[in-house]
Design a protein around this ligand. Structure first.
Ligand code: GLA
Length: 381
């Protein structure tokens, strides 16, 4: 991959790239839709990544080439705006550097990757993080990693129109091999937990669907959570986010038959569940951990309502299987992957069985990925 990207870069721009940066996609073990509610998440960076090769230019132009799309794009640093296509994530990051007053010049870039797009593995965050990291290095700006994370997140808000939380960019930037990281999205304190894959594999089953509701419904959920917080604040003014709220507070202030109630109930329960799940992990109770993943899925499907028929099907298909410790939909929802903790010996048989069932039910082929947990963003050259 690195060799190919270097060759392409030299062929296109007539110079060697100054550096190649690798930024991985992410999985999330538990803690879904909790990041923008100031709760906890438990993600990890994976062995699927975006690679970018870059070099400075003498002018203010940005020259981009995507090997995945076989497409190029040219923009100017002095006139950046969002577009409905792959360059937007790169332009969005450059725009944030501008807005924050960091002095950057034009650059050439070639991008290549193997993070499946639309599968819920945060390929967009990986692109943003690779660019943020590369520009920081290329123009020697000495920006802290956590500030690069925030900048990448802001790029997603402003240039992709998704009001995402901080999890994806954080995981891509701060991931460590063989560890999951528990991030407190309120204080931004984080702790790594070893995740052994001696006996279990992390298997992603990709529905290969992405329902069009994904980004509008995502932004909607945020608004519903904010509405819940506003209602709770009428009686409990110190509550700033659902992280500070309890189910009792919710019961007192929000009509239990309302939609907002259901959404907030899920979030409050999920924030508590992540805490418990981390204890399970510390005590090597993977069975108990897996049960919580199933509980998360139920909450996401029935209360938070971000699942879909394909995701529910995949979770139900493995639920009674004793070789599967836990499974749930992962990421924003409305498509993408389920994440499954599967006993090593049973992985292949499970994938073949579920693939047949899935194809029969939806006339779509299932994809699967067995992932390993790897380091976050780094220089690859
Ligand atoms: C998307 C967002 C994240 C997070 C998840 C749901 O991946 O980018 O910030 O909110 O959905 O947990």
């Amino acid at each position: 991959m690195i060799q190919l990207i270097k060759q392409k870069f030299t062929a296109l721009y007539g110079v060697q790239p100054t550096m190649v940066v690798r930024a991985p996609g992410r999985i999330n073990l538990i803690g879904e839709h909790t990041d923008y509610n100031n709760g906890f998440v438990l993600p990890a960076a994976i062995n699927k990544a975006i690679y970018i090769a870059v070099s400075k230019r003498e002018d203010t132009e940005i020259h981009l080439y995507s090997m995945d799309f076989n497409a190029s794009f040219v923009a100017d640093l002095t006139a950046l705006f969002p577009i409905q296509s792959w360059p937007t994530y790169i332009l969005g990051v450059a725009d944030q550097f501008n807005k924050k007053g960091y002095s950057i010049g034009g650059f050439n870039l070639v991008m290549y990757g193997d993070v499946p797009i639309g599968a819920g593995l945060s390929s967009s965050a990986a692109v943003e993080c690779s660019v943020a990291y590369a520009l920081n290095e290329l123009f020697q700006l000495s920006i802290e990693k956590i500030d690069l994370v925030k900048l990448a997140q802001k790029a997603e808000h402003e240039f992709a129109g998704v009001n995402c939380g901080i999890m994806d960019q954080f995981a891509s930037m701060f991931g460590q091999a063989n560890q999951v990281v528990r991030l407190d999205c309120r204080s931004l304190e984080y702790e790594y937990f070893p995740f052994s894959m001696q006996e279990v594999s992390i298997v992603l089953l990709d529905t290969c669907v992405k329902h069009s509701l994904a980004s509008s419904e995502y932004n909607n959920r945020r608004l519903q959570c904010e509405a819940g917080v506003a209602a709770i604040q009428t009686k409990y003014p110190a509550v700033n986010s659902l992280r500070d709220a309890t189910v009792d507070m919710l019961n007192e202030t929000v009509d239990a038959s309302s939609d907002v109630y259901k959404k907030c109930l899920y979030v409050i329960q999920e924030i508590a569940r992540v805490q418990q799940a981390c204890k399970d992990l510390q005590q090597h109770q993977l069975d108990a951990f897996g049960q919580k993943m199933f509980a998360t899925h139920q909450g996401l499907s029935e209360l938070y309502e971000v699942s879909c028929a394909e995701l529910d099907f995949l979770v139900n298909a493995v639920k009674e299987n004793p070789e599967v410790l836990g499974a749930r939909m992962m990421g924003g929802g409305f498509g993408g992957c389920t994440i499954n903790l599967v006993k090593k010996d049973a992985v292949e048989a499970l994938i073949s069985k579920v693939s047949v069932q899935y194809e029969k039910a939806f006339h779509t082929s299932l994809k699967s990925y067995i992932v390993s947990i790897e380091d976050g963003v780094s220089l690859a050259l």
